[in-house]
Design a binder for this molecule. Structure first.
Ligand code: ADP
Length: 335
């Protein structure tokens, strides 16, 4: 509207000037009247065209916004498969596409939540079924009322407790709520401490340590207790998945800005199709074997989140089943 008014005023001013300069005085009034009439008709036509276009545009924008508002309400009500139609106009297309991306992300989060609840229920069922079985056996008199039976039951309770503890740790690391106490320390000291802790479990097997340097400390900037927790998980897995007669090696190496702790075993190995998934919650390459050996299936997920929180990472490699596995923890080097 403002454009039409400015246009009409400018045109009439210019026309007036031209008329006064080029047309004889006697004809000025009729020419001016004709020009004004022509300008009035043009202004009216422009106003109508402008208003119609604006109304149409407003209608299109409002329809899209109403669509988006409706879809958000349906998503809020739990319909996570809801998407909006993508309009042709550039700006509205960008809004609709962003909305659809957000809806897809929400759908994936919901899917993960459902899977997580299913997994937790599944994991809880095994030790609970075990405890129930022992209790029924005791009640029916099938199992003897002896210390051995209660020790077996305690084993199941311990498994349940470990699962609940791991779940709590997992929810806290994933929410970024784990408190980390960063210091600069020698990674080789932590390796020695963890190996001493794990040694009783591998008395029959072999567990070797190799250090990048025996004389100089290999300094990292991280939380020593969390690093120990990660290494215990990696070494615990190596022990669990390496049959008798196998060997486990833990060694430290470094690059200019990174320190790596490599845990290598000669155990059962990991098939290529499982490798990309072993850091996912509850993923087990061999479910029956891992479950009976007491693994919760979330140790590696927790370890990788802890490594990320300290600015590092964990990678896994294996030449395949029966050919051992290698896990590499990398951390930022200090000093
Ligand atoms: P779990 O408690 O089941 O060991 P993790 O998250 O620690 O759970 O490991 C996930 C899976 O990765 C294991 O179930 C196992 O299939 C595989 N895995 C981990 N470490 C090793 C290893 N050293 N050798 C072979 N497989 C391994």
């Amino acid at each position: 509207m403002l454009v039409v008014i400015v246009g009409v005023v400018t045109l009439s001013f210019t026309a007036n000037l031209l008329i006064e300069q080029t047309i004889p005085t006697a004809q000025v009034t009729p020419v001016r009247t004709t020009v004004i009439q022509a300008l009035a008709v043009a202004a009216l036509a422009a106003t109508i065209a402008g208003l119609t276009t604006s109304l149409l545009l407003v209608q299109i924008i409002l329809r899209s916004l109403r669509n988006i508002a409706g879809s958000s309400q349906r998503i809020a009500a739990g319909r996570y498969d809801e998407r909006v139609e993508v309009p042709a106009s550039d700006e509205l297309r960008a809004v609709a596409e962003s909305f659809n991306q957000m809806a897809e992300a929400l759908e994936q989060i919901e899917q993960r939540r459902i899977t997580m609840i299913g997994n937790v229920a599944h994991e809880l069922r095994t030790p609970l079924a075990g405890i129930e079985g022992y209790l029924e056996g005791l009640i029916d008199g099938v199992l003897p009322n002896t210390a051995d039976t209660f020790l077996d039951m305690k084993q199941e309770v311990r498994r349940l407790r470990r699962l609940v503890d791991d779940l709590q740790t997992l929810s806290r690391v994933e929410a970024g709520q784990i408190s980390l106490h960063f210091t600069t320390f020698d990674i080789n000291d932590v390796i020695r401490r963890v190996v001493a802790q794990i040694q009783p479990q591998v008395l029959d097997g072999c567990l070797q340590m190799q250090f990048a340097s025996h004389e100089h400390p290999l300094l990292v900037h991280a939380d020593p207790d969390r690093v120990a927790q990660i290494l215990l998980n990696l070494l615990g897995n190596a022990v669990r998945y390496t049959p008798e007669g196998g060997c486990i090696t833990i060694r430290s190496v470094h690059t200019n800005d990174e320190v790596q702790v490599i845990v290598e075993d000669t155990g059962i190995g990991i098939a290529a199709e499982h490798l990309p998934f072993i850091f996912e919650r509850f993923y087990r390459a061999d479910p029956s074997r891992a479950r009976t050996s007491g693994g919760s299936g979330i140790g590696l997920t927790i370890s990788r989140h802890l490594a990320w929180a300290m600015g590092g990472d964990i990678r896994a490699a294996s030449a395949g089943p029966g050919k051992g596995s290698t896990f590499t923890l990398s951390l930022p080097r200090a000093g």
